[in-house]
Design a protein around this ligand. Structure first.
Ligand code: ZN
Ligand code: ZN
Length: 348
């Protein structure tokens, strides 16, 4: 039997409480943030890493892609636009969800990180719009968004995410927050990758490199978001042992497994006629990703252990990620430097 605790939306300012929160949720916190006095000092490194990723769509000049667009086949254009609007739809859910979670997180340092993530999701959305505006007129953009809204496979895969997100909106509890976070990892850590694979596949052929540069920035952000959320879940479970039930651990395995299945279905549907992407290899890639997400949560591999079968999708390395079961809080701080705009695609 799972007991559940309602999350309290605390007041903005509580001068009688300490600045260093007593818990990440339902804790006592003044509401003031002093980064030098926080419960999990490593969060400052993570915050810095996220900020060092700062980028905006307008920094990337789309001229080369505009010229190349007309050289793409009709099939490539169709898949390009479907994936673009589908990814935009997913990012549209993230901006308000991350902001909403902030209201129920007591620890001000975590609030700040959720604020940065929310801002980055807004940039992701803008970048999809920016790509579209460079390539097709508004009427066609609208048509493509309608297509993404009504596509039955897109709807099916979004359904699980939406249920968890809406569940938290309607009833913010420890349990619904836990489920929201697990589904957020699925969205950011699994659902984007058939789309990423397509754009990197074009980049391997020296096509649409500016789009792929933006996609690689988005990928880097998403990897770090999924990593942060996995650490957030671990802290949530440590601080609230009542969440550490067999059912909840099983929930993680089951929902990641379901997301993997849906991502494979989506890949078969959207990438079926794209030459040069081996879908069996992609299935292995999604399983490889899922194992990584599980290990970041301190859980076991669900799938056969393998090396990355599609290293060309992983433009950014994982050095900054915690891939193992080792304790996050013992890690040395990382440094991160901004990559150049060309981002190594010339070498792909
Ligand atoms: Zn995003
Ligand atoms: Zn994200």
């Amino acid at each position: 039997m799972i007991t559940d605790t309602t999350l309290i939306k605390i007041k903005l300012l509580n001068p009688e409480y300490p600045n260093k929160s007593t818990a990440i949720v339902n804790g006592k916190s003044s509401g003031l943030l002093n980064w030098n006095d926080i419960a999990y000092p490593k969060m400052y490194d993570l915050y810095q890493t996220l900020l060092s990723n700062f980028w905006k769509a307008q920094e990337i000049n789309m001229q080369d892609d505009i010229k190349q667009w007309d050289l793409l086949s009709d099939k490539e254009k169709d898949v390009f636009l479907r994936i673009n609007t589908q990814l935009a739809s997913l990012d549209s859910l993230q901006t308000p969800t991350m902001s909403q979670v902030m209201d129920y997180v007591t620890d001000s340092s975590f609030k700040a990180i959720f604020a940065v993530i929310s801002q980055q999701e807004a940039v992701h959305n803008e970048s999809y719009s920016y790509i579209l505006s460079s390539l097709i007129p508004l009427a066609e953009q609208n048509e493509r968004f309608n297509q993404a809204k009504s596509d039955p496979i897109v709807r099916k895969r979004n359904q699980l995410i939406l249920e968890a997100y809406e569940g938290f909106r309607e009833n913010p509890t420890l349990q619904t927050l836990f489920k929201l976070c697990v589904n957020s990892i699925n969205l950011e850590g699994i659902y984007f990758y058939a789309g990423f694979a397509f754009f990197y596949h074009l980049a391997r052929q020296q096509k649409m490199l500016k789009t792929s540069t933006m996609i690689s920035y988005i990928q880097r952000d998403e990897m770090q978001h999924a990593y942060f959320i996995s650490q957030f879940i671990r802290i949530l479970l440590t601080e609230n042992p009542e969440l550490q039930t067999k059912e909840n651990i099983q929930y993680v395995y089951d929902s990641i497994h379901e997301a993997v299945k849906l991502e494979k279905d989506w890949a078969h549907y959207i990438l079926a006629d794209v030459n040069g992407i081996d879908l069996v290899e992609f299935e292995g890639y999604v399983e490889y990703l899922a194992n990584k997400r599980l290990r970041q949560l301190g859980l076991n591999n669900l799938y056969e252990e393998r090396n990355n079968p599609m290293p060309w999708i992983q433009v950014f390395g994982d050095e900054m990620m915690n891939e193992t079961k080792s304790d996050f809080f013992e890690q040395k701080s990382r440094t991160y430097s901004k990559v150049s705009q060309s981002n190594g695609f010339d070498e792909l």
